[in-house]
Design a protein around this ligand. Structure first.
Ligand code: ZN
Ligand code: ZN
Length: 437
């Protein structure tokens, strides 16, 4: 059962409507019927419903009792798994002692904004300030996500309730709350039942958790005191329009036509239709092969720790074995690591080309410095082709031809052999910017 190609999919594509247009009542009715059918059949699972396959499974287990379902439950995907107790939706519904099925999800948050607010007013009153500190309070509130022990997260009601019980057990401070990972460690989840607490785990965990909480509280108190004074650093945006009144910046402008125009045409078309004619800048497209490459910056020994501190680079780093080498410049995984001048950030990356011609099959994964060499070559060749002619990334040069103009340097951009590179450009143009046979 797929959503794509379903009756609902076809209906929605045919009757696309800008969000600021009033709906047609008859059309909405027709859509609602298809929507119900798509949820019932399992074609649409990104949302739940009283008649969904998930609900039917729950009723099979818990009986045909009256059911209560909150909005978070209804609007969340049927594939939802509670990030704390790891139970799927079908295990989260529960029969109450009065014989009702409850299906509820709750947004669980750290109460740091309340703490910051409390510390802010406390400091303001203590200092006896005469002037209001509007920006100061805004600054304190902006700190909340930085001090939160976890992001706001949707949890099952049992996990949210067990947080309260566990807090009571350890006599936690008023504004403290356990993170999803901490909850996971001390609950013993069972399907369709409230959680039991593993007391031994909870009590062992608590001293370290409390220590981190108290550290946060001291830091928040210090920031809040500064925010309540005239010596803080934050200035909020003022004006009738949002700070960045552009589409894609969370600005929903109530100006006539704003939403419809942006949603219907899209950025590219708007630019082409309304912008001035494009003037091509006369860039020096040969510079990449005429200038010596920058000397590499030094890279610290613990570069892997630096790279893996960020989620996406870490994932890529771990996906390539230590024996990996760039098939074009020949550098090892460690030699591909680099640092930009004046920055302490350690960078690393491998391009994974999708579709490539046969000659490139064995070369599909190459380093970012080779990406940059290839794209400079592509830009130069493209600029020399007749107007309107175009080339793809890999369909005019062989990887071995590219390799021949490169002298690799560890931790830095490729050195380019000026004469060989000039020859390569000529050769590519002579054969009509296609791969040789
Ligand atoms: Zn849970
Ligand atoms: Zn390379």
């Amino acid at each position: 059962m797929d959503y794509e190609g379903s009756d609902l999919d076809r209906f929605l594509s045919a009757h696309w409507r800008a969000p600021d247009r009033a709906p047609d009542a008859a059309l909405m009715d027709q859509g609602a019927t298809l929507l119900k059918a798509a949820v019932r059949s399992g074609e649409l699972t990104c949302i739940d419903g009283y008649d969904s396959p998930t609900t039917h499974l729950i009723r099979q287990r818990l009986g045909n009792q009256p059911m209560e379902m909150n909005r978070h439950w209804l609007f969340s995907p049927q594939s939802f798994v509670c990030p704390a107790c790891q139970r799927p939706k079908a295990d989260l519904a529960r029969l109450t002692p009065s014989g009702k099925i409850v299906a509820k999800l709750v947004i669980h948050h750290d109460h740091v904004s309340e703490s910051l607010e409390h510390f802010f007013y406390d400091a303001l009153v203590r200092a006896g300030a005469e002037q209001p500190q509007v920006n100061g309070l805004a600054l304190a509130m902006r700190m909340a996500p930085a001090f939160a022990a976890h992001d706001e997260v949707l949890l099952c009601e049992d996990c949210n309730n067990v947080d309260v019980r566990a807090k009571k057990r350890v006599e936690a401070p008023k504004r403290f709350s356990f993170s999803p990972g901490q909850i996971r460690s001390f609950v013993r989840p069972r399907p369709n039942a409230i959680h039991e607490i593993d007391e031994a785990v909870l009590l062992k965990l608590w001293p370290d958790v409390l220590d981190a909480y108290q550290y946060r509280e001291r830091a928040m108190r210090s920031i809040a005191a500064r925010a309540a004074s005239d010596r803080h650093w934050y200035e909020s945006h003022s004006g009738d329009l949002p700070a960045i009144p552009l589409p894609g910046f969370r600005a929903y402008l109530r100006l006539p036509g704003w939403t419809s125009v942006h949603a219907f045409f899209g950025g590219e078309t708007l630019q082409a239709t309304l912008g001035p004619p494009v003037i091509e800048a006369a860039a020096n497209v040969s510079r990449w092969r005429q200038q010596p490459a920058r000397k590499p910056e030094s890279v610290p020994n613990n570069y892997a720790a630096a790279i893996c501190s960020e989620a996406n680079p870490a994932q890529q780093w771990n996906a390539y074995p230590d024996t990996w080498r760039c098939p074009i410049c020949g550098r090892s995984k460690a030699e591909v690591v680099y640092r930009k001048k004046g920055s302490s950030k350690i960078q690393w990356g491998i391009k994974e080309a999708g579709y490539v011609p046969l000659a490139w099959r064995a070369y599909r994964h190459y380093c970012t410095h080779c990406v940059s060499t290839l794209s400079s070559l592509q830009k130069e060749v493209r600029s020399l082709l007749p107007e309107g002619a175009s080339i793809g990334t890999h369909d005019y040069v062989l990887p071995t031809e590219l390799a021949a103009v490169i002298t690799a340097q560890a931790h830095g951009p490729n050195q380019i052999d000026a004469d060989q590179a000039a020859d390569l450009v000529d050769r590519i143009l002579l054969r009509g910017a296609v791969l040789p046979d």
